[in-house]
Ligand binder design. Structure first.
Ligand code: AMP
Ligand code: TRP
Length: 359
C-alpha cells in the first residue's frame, strides 16, 4: 500500500519586519523539522499584495521585503541546499491550482475565516477579492506539493482546517476520475479506506510560543501591523533595542507564581515565561521551577540577556546576507526551479483529473 510521502511546507508573507512571534511560532520550528524531513519553505509574495498598495508598500518595498525574509530564513538556520527556499510567484502552478480551489471551496467556508474579518475591518465591500480568496491560495501552496505537515503559529489553524476541507472535497468530487486514472493513494477515512489524490494535511502547531503576545498588551497577538514598535521584537533589532523592549514590557506587580496554574489570568507574565521557555527549548513549567517567586526586576534582565544572546547573532547574519542581493536572488532562483518541477508534476495530474486538455 502506498502512502503520501511525508513533506513539510510552510510560508511567511514578506510584509514588513519579521518579529519574535514569526520566529518562535514558525521559522525556528522549521529549522528543527529539517533534521528528519524534506522541507519546502516559501516567501509568499502573492499573499503580500492582497491588501491596499499603501499597506504593503509597493513594488520596491515588496522586493526589499522578499529578500529580507529570505535572509531571515537563512540566518535562522534554514538549509536552502538540502531543502527548498523560494518566492511563491516564481512557481506559477500555485496560482493555477488556486483557481481550481476557488471552484472547490464554498463561499460559506470562506465567510467564516476570522483573519479575513480582522483584515477587512468594517469596510468589507472595499476589501480585495484576493484577500477573501487568500485561504484558497494558501491551500494551493501546500497541496501543489501534496505536503503532509505544515508548521505554523496558532493564528493559521483555521486556514489549515479549510485546506483539509478543500482536499477532502476535491478527493470526493473527483473520486471516480482519480480511480480511473490510477492516481489515488490509499488513505484511512474513519473505518474506511479511500483513494485520495490530496493528503489531509496535518497542522504542526504547539509549544510554549504558538501564540506570542504583544509586549504592550498580553491579550493581543504580537503583530507586524501594531503601530507601537515597543509591542514587538523585530528580528532586525540591535542588542540595546531588544533589551529596552523587554525592560519596558508591560507586567503586573506580583512576583512570578510558584506553579504554572498561577499564570492563568496573568497574560503578560504568561507571555514572557512562554518566550523564555521557547528560547531555551524548555516548557513553562521548567521556567517556573527556576524563576517561581522571583520579581520581574530579576526575571526581565535574565530574559533580556537570553533574547540578546539568541537573537543578536541572527540579526547580524541577516544584515550580512541582506547586503548580498545577488546571493539571495540566486537562492530563490535555484529553489524556484526545484519547486516548479515538483509542482508541475502535481498540476499535470490535476489537469487530467479535472478534464483540462494538455499535451
Ligand atoms: P505572517 O507574518 O502572518 O506571514 O506569519 C508567518 C508565520 O508566523 C505564521 O506561521 C504565523 O502563524 C506565525 N506567527 C505570526 N505571528 C505570530 C505570533 N504572534 N505568535 C506565534 N506565531 C506567529
Ligand atoms: N497565511 C500564512 C500567514 O499569514 C502564510 C502562508 C501562506 C502559509 N501560504 C502558506 C503558511 C502555506 C503555511 C503554509 O501567516
Amino acid at each position: 500500500m502506498s502512502t503520501f510521502e511525508p513533506l513539510v511546507f510552510s510560508g511567511v508573507q514578506p510584509t514588513g519586519n519579521l518579529h519574535l512571534g514569526n520566529y518562535l511560532g514558525a521559522v525556528r520550528r522549521w529549522v528543527a523539522l529539517q533534521e528528519n524531513n524534506n522541507c519546502i519553505y516559501c516567501v509568499v509574495d502573492q499573499h503580500a499584495i492582497t491588501q491596499a498598495v499603501s499597506v504593503w508598500g509597493g513594488p520596491a518595498e515588496l522586493q526589499r521585503n522578499t529578500r529580507e525574509v529570505t535572509a531571515a530564513f537563512l540566518a535562522a538556520g534554514i538549509d536552502a541546499e538540502k531543502h527548498i527556499v523560494f518566492n511563491q510567484s516564481r512557481v506559477r502552478q500555485h496560482a493555477e491550482l488556486a483557481w481550481v480551489f476557488n471552484c472547490i471551496a464554498r463561499m460559506g467556508w470562506l465567510n467564516r475565516m476570522t483573519q479575513f474579518k480582522d483584515k477587512a475591518g468594517k469596510d468589507r465591500e472595499n476589501a480585495s477579492v484576493g484577500l477573501f480568496a487568500y485561504p484558497n491560495l494558501m491551500a494551493a501552496d501546500i497541496l501543489v506539493y501534496r505536503a503532509t505537515h505544515v508548521p505554523v503559529g496558532e493564528d493559521q489553524k483555521q486556514h489549515l482546517e479549510l485546506t483539509r476541507d478543500i482536499a477532502q472535497k476535491f478527493n470526493t468530487d473527483f473520486s471516480d476520475r482519480i480511480a480511473e486514472l490510477g492516481l489515488g493513494i490509499e488513505t484511512q477515512s474513519g473505518d474506511e479506506t479511500i483513494q485520495s489524490f490530496f493528503p489531509l494535511t496535518e497542522p504542526v502547531i504547539g509549544g510554549p510560543a504558538a501564540r506570542v503576545m504583544s509586549l504592550r498588551d498580553g491579550t493581543k497577538k504580537m503583530s507586524k501591523s501594531d503601530p507601537s514598535d515597543l509591542s514587538r521584537i523585530n528580528l532586525t533589532d540591535d542588542e540595546d533595542t531588544i533589551s529596552k523592549k523587554i525592560r519596558k514590557a508591560k507586567t503586573d506587580s506580583e512576583p512570578l507564581p510558584s506553579d504554572i496554574e498561577g499564570l492563568n489570568d496573568r497574560p503578560e507574565a504568561d507571555n514572557l515565561v512562554g518566550i523564555y521557555a521557547a528560547l531555551t527549548d524548555t516548557d513553562k513549567a521548567g521556567v517556573i521551577r527556576d524563576f517561581g517567586g522571583q520579581q520581574f526586576s530579576v526575571f526581565k534582565p535574565a530574559l533580556a540577556d537570553l533574547a540578546v544572546a539568541k537573537l543578536a547573532p541572527i540579526a547580524s547574519e541577516m544584515r550580512r546576507l541582506s547586503a548580498d542581493t545577488a546571493y539571495i536572488d540566486s537562492v530563490l532562483k535555484n529553489g524556484g526551479e526545484r519547486a516548479a518541477i515538483l509542482a508541475e508534476k502535481t498540476m499535470r495530474n490535476v489537469r487530467d483529473i479535472v478534464g483540462f486538455l494538455q499535451d
